[in-house]
Design a protein around this ligand. Structure first.
Ligand SMILES: Cc1cc2nc3c(=O)[nH]c(=O)nc-3n(C[C@H](O)[C@H](O)[C@H](O)COP(=O)(O)OP(=O)(O)OC[C@H]3O[C@@H](n4cnc5c(N)ncnc54)[C@H](O)[C@@H]3O)c2cc1C
Length: 455
């Protein structure tokens, strides 16, 4: 592909949910050479909200459903296949007051003729005292990511919320917990009838109506939650080891606050059914401007609209610098492959990345190199984000370090012994000594520096 030499980008897409990837796909196929800034920590993770769910059963084209992270891997691959360039970072600031527009991301300034805002929405927190103490030590905003961790197995768990997400998570958690309490602020569920029926028919779920979480109990791990009734009077104390938040989302519009009109909840205001915002050349896509529908398919559709509108606008103002392609048909898309669990027969003492407890035992005792161990679960979206970054680190270190991947679903005992409290957890060993441990997605550079210090 011949890249444009333009210093000013035609189009920058901010956000990598269904809206962002679809917008980038359309813009890339229109030869606009789009730059997509995926996001990293602010307002969600690369891939967006579907990285925190299991089965997506309503996205057309997948008759048997598809895992959320897998769907997002596919959208990403399709956008990249057609030439979308990715920057894996947050946009720290966006200045729409002069043209070309200016963005700060990844420690540099990016200028753009047009921008598509596809920053989606973020999970809300309760803001109860002690939340920070027990965050990742019993409290989680993602049942799907963390539900399989050993600390939650056969324990009482709770979900707070009354919508579809809360119901979905309560049902999901019955796979792991001995009992699931659903804590609902009102005397009814906001969830769809079908979802509410599933919850109420499930003998493992107890719904607590008119209740709010007031206090957390426990020392190093959540052991109980105190509930109050609608008038703030003490109600019951539940002996739960896990509390999962499903209390809605806030649109990620901080970047444009004061620059573009927002509604009372912070959603971007656009002309009804149109992606154009109040500033020409700035378009919106997905949940960031949609309090009503908030579905993957509606986000993807609005991403398509935004890209087509941006293309028209750039062409109309004679601003588009298009690329020409050496090959009309790009190479086939690359998709991430699952890690193979090795046995005595196929264990390779020099492999950069292999899976399972056998490999861990062998390398832990025998390897003289820094050893990274990542704990994952198949439905953990952040793991999908983190693993490719870690693979890059190992490739760059050119065999000087090794990785073993432990799937919590297959090796729950190993994870429990290692004190792992959620996925992804990354541990760094040298000579059998644990040197460092990280929870959640980390900057690639931080992990690389820690490993290099052990070489
Ligand atoms: C648990 C759960 C289950 C769901 N299940 C379904 C389902 O089965 N079917 C369905 O259709 N929908 C489902 N949804 C809804 C669906 O996920 C959303 O409607 C959809 O993801 C919205 O897409 P989006 O692209 O607008 O935003 P998001 O998916 O929210 O993505 C936003 C992106 O913006 C990025 N971002 C934010 N701030 C910045 C910044 N400052 N700089 C750069 N990037 C930034 C984030 O990192 C993220 O990549 C579910 C949602 C949840 C939470």
């Amino acid at each position: 592909m011949v890249q444009s030499a333009a210093a000013v980008e035609n189009l920058v897409v901010i956000g990598s949910g269904p809206a962002g990837y679809t917008a980038a796909l359309y813009a890339a196929r229109a030869n606009l050479n789009p730059l997509l800034i995926t996001g990293f920590q602010d307002g969600g993770i690369p891939g967006g909200q579907l990285m925190t769910t299991t089965h997506v059963e309503n996205f057309p084209g997948f008759p048997d459903g598809i895992l959320g992270p897998e769907l997002m891997d596919r959208m990403k691959s399709q956008a990249v296949r057609w030439g979308t360039r990715l920057v894996e970072a947050d946009v720290d600031s966006l200045d729409l007051s002069s043209r070309p527009f200016q963005l700060q991301a990844d420690g540099r300034t990016i200028t753009a003729q047009s921008v598509i805002l596809a920053t989606g929405a973020s999970a809300n927190r309760l803001q109860v005292d002690g939340e920070d103490t027990f965050w990742s030590h019993g409290i989680s905003a993602c049942a799907i990511c963390d539900g399989a961790t050993p600390q939650f197995r056969n324990e009482q768990l709770a979900v707070v919320g009354g919508g579809d997400s809360a119901c979905e998570e309560a049902v999901y958690l019955t796979k792991y917990g001995s009992k699931v309490h659903l804590i609902v602020r009102k005397d009814r569920l906001r969830a769809s009838r079908a979802m509410a029926d599933r919850v109420q028919a499930n003998p493992q779920i107890e719904v607590h109506w008119n209740r709010q979480v007031k206090r957390f109990g426990g020392s190093d791990w959540l052991a109980s939650i105190e509930l109050v009734d609608g008038d703030g009077r003490p109600a019951e104390t539940l002996p739960v080891r896990g509390l999962f938040y499903a209390i809605g989302h806030t649109p990620n519009t901080g970047l444009v606050k004061g620059q573009l009109p927002l509604d009372e909840k912070g959603y971007l205001i656009t002309e009804p059914g149109q992606p154009a915002t109040a500033i020409e050349g700035v378009f919106s896509a997905g949940d960031v401007a949609d309090q009503q529908w908030r579905q993957a398919i509606t986000a993807a559709a609005s991403g398509c609209q935004a890209a087509l509108a941006a293309e028209r606008w750039l062409t109309h103002h004679d601003l588009a610098i298009t690329i020409t392609r050496d090959n009309v048909e790009p190479e086939a898309a690359e998709l991430p492959q699952p890690t193979t669990t090795v046995t005595e027969q196929d264990f390779d003492s020099d492999a950069l990345w292999q899976g399972g407890s056998y490999a861990l035992r062998r390398l832990y005792h025998e390897s003289t190199k820094p050893l990274l161990v990542i704990y994952t679960s198949p439905s953990c979206g952040p793991c999908h984000v983190f693993k490719p970054q870690l693979k890059r680190v190992l490739t760059e270190l050119d065999g000087a370090a090794q990785m073993v991947e432990i799937n919590l679903e297959e090796d729950a005992d190993i994870a429990a012994q290692a004190g792992v409290t959620g996925t992804p957890t990354l541990q760094l060993f040298k000579g059998k000594a644990l040197k460092q441990q990280w929870r959640g997605v980390q900057q690639r550079s931080a992990v690389k520096a820690a490993v290099e210090a052990q070489i």
